[in-house]
Write a protein that binds this ligand. Structure first.
Ligand code: GLU
Length: 483
């Protein structure tokens, strides 16, 4: 494929939605796979929905995910500006061109007239509530006079009756719409800003977009766009409408059901690798049941033909599982800065743990967590002495004779010099033998003394990581509290 140019065209309404991330990702993958260009365009023509800081937020989320674009508002490019609010003259000129060609017209109807019209149409139960082309009857002179008198107006698309608009969608195949259900769409609003439909088509054309890849919710807008392409005499891009994202109960994914913003997932400790991997699988597969992917592998495998038509269910448990999988595949050195970030946010922020120590903790915990912050919550005992001892474990494993056993263990450990894991193991074995008891009788209370819990990494890892001095202090503390 040649000259592939695709775009992600979000409206800056606050944050990057996971659905938006999916759209951005598929555009990105398609561009990278086909040596094309990936463009970021900000569709900020709806001033009532504009949110301060939203553009910066979107850009930060895309960057965090690693979806770098080739052209965009902050980096420029040959087809800018990439903010629609900076292109108002372009849209106006194009709307005027359509008026000249008879495909658009000025409309001066008041909000009151439009409301009355809608009310009347719904009372009559007409199949489609639509504008009645009232202002199409105005003569050029009447239009001129009204404009000169400063009457507010909009510009509308003149949609013909009784026609069929046809287009091909890469995911859905042939699509048809009857023009009778299409309203005379406003192209330029009374505030002089274009609507999404006009701005989107004009920009996709001027920015030489080859493929429009976007959410299914825009499918019903596409016939209006197709009419616009035809009226301008422009070649259409190819269309691909991505399946809806659904909650597990198959309702449309919404904020009410949980987090939808990329930054919320980031704040909760999801890795960008896991989020990208998860989002890629929301409606696409490579034709097999593989689930674990890195971004570069997705680029290699992605195709629009692999995108499904049916809605994709957002399964949070799968995302959690993938997060754990990506953590397990990382090296300890890669995880170290992530753990340090989490520590900075925790109550241990002012403690100073050496990198060497933290790396040992990571290796002991890496297989046991789905989130990096679980290293801190699940095994807080690596960062402070146990503050309490698990009641159930005390009852099960702390026997009257335990104190004597542990005292003997302390004596034996004290004799060790810079002990390795094996040294601890040998020492513990020798004590068990001397006492003629099963090793478990020592290991369980020892674990409880060291960590306050009954689960965690292997006991010899625990001993080695904590170090001899700390181990002895903790055993003594436990004897004091539990004996
Ligand atoms: N501005 C639209 C949105 O926010 C873009 C839709 C499209 O890609 O055409 O999703």
């Amino acid at each position: 494929m040649e000259n592939i140019r695709v775009r992600f065209a979000p409206s800056p309404t606050g944050y990057l939605h996971v659905g938006g991330l999916r759209t951005a990702l598929y555009n990105y993958l398609f561009a990278r796979k086909n040596n094309g260009k990936f463009i970021l365009r900000i569709e900020d023509t709806d001033r009532s929905r504009y949110v301060e800081g939203a553009v910066e937020n979107l850009i930060a989320s895309l960057k965090w995910c690693g979806l770098d674009y080739d052209e965009g508002p902050d980096i420029g490019g040959d087809y800018g500006p990439y903010m629609q609010s900076q292109r108002l003259d372009i849209y106006k000129q194009h709307a005027e061109e359509l008026i000249k060609k008879g495909h658009a017209y000025y409309c001066f109807c008041s909000p009151e007239r439009l409301a009355a019209l809608r009310e009347e149409q719904s009372r009559l139960k007409v199949p489609q509530i639509k504008y009645d082309k009232h202002c199409l009857k105005l003569s050029p002179q009447e239009v001129q006079n009204k404009i000169e008198n400063g009457e507010p107006y909009v510009i509308r698309l003149n949609v013909p009756a009784n026609q069929t608009v046809r287009f091909y969608d890469i995911i859905r195949g042939d699509v048809e719409f009857d023009t009778n259900i299409i309203d005379d769409q406003i192209l330029i609003k009374s505030d002089g800003y274009p609507t999404y439909h006009l701005a989107n088509v004009v920009d996709d054309h001027l920015m030489k977009i080859s493929h429009v890849i976007r959410g299914e919710e825009w499918l019903s807008s596409t016939p209006k766009h197709v009419l616009l392409y035809d009226y301008f005499g422009w070649e259409k891009p190819q269309f691909a409408h991505l399946p809806l994202l659904l909650n597990p109960d198959r309702s449309k994914l919404s904020k009410r059901q949980g987090d939808v913003a990329v930054e919320e997932y980031r704040a909760k400790g999801y890795l960008k690798e896991a989020l990208i991997n998860f989002v890629a699988l929301l409606g696409w597969n490579a034709g097999d049941d593989r689930e674990f992917y890195y971004l570069n592998e997705l680029i290699e495998k992605f195709s629009l033909e692999g995108v499904n038509k049916s809605g994709a269910v957002f399964d949070l448990n799968k995302l959690i599982w993938l997060n754990g999988e990506h953590i397990r595949k990382k090296t300890v050195d890669e995880l170290l800065p992530l753990l340090k970030d989490e520590l900075k946010k925790s109550k241990y922020a002012s403690n100073n743990f050496s990198d060497e120590y933290l790396k040992l903790v990571i290796s002991a915990m890496q297989e046991r967590i789905d989130f990096v912050h679980e290293i801190i919550t699940k095994s807080y005992y690596f960062f402070e002495r146990p503050t309490s001892y698990e009641e159930k474990a005390i009852q099960k494993n702390w026997k009257p004779e335990t104190t004597e056993h542990l005292k003997l263990l302390i004596e034996t450990f004290e004799k060790l010099n810079n002990p390795t894991k094996e040294d601890y193991e040998n020492a513990l074995n020798s004590v068990a033998e001397k006492l003629q008891i099963n090793k478990g009788k020592l290991i369980h209370p020892l674990r409880l003394a060291l960590s306050g819990t009954s689960a965690g990494p292997g006991i010899f890892d625990l001993l080695y990581i904590l170090g001899k001095e700390e181990v002895i202090i903790r055993i003594k503390n436990a004897i004091q509290s539990l004996a």
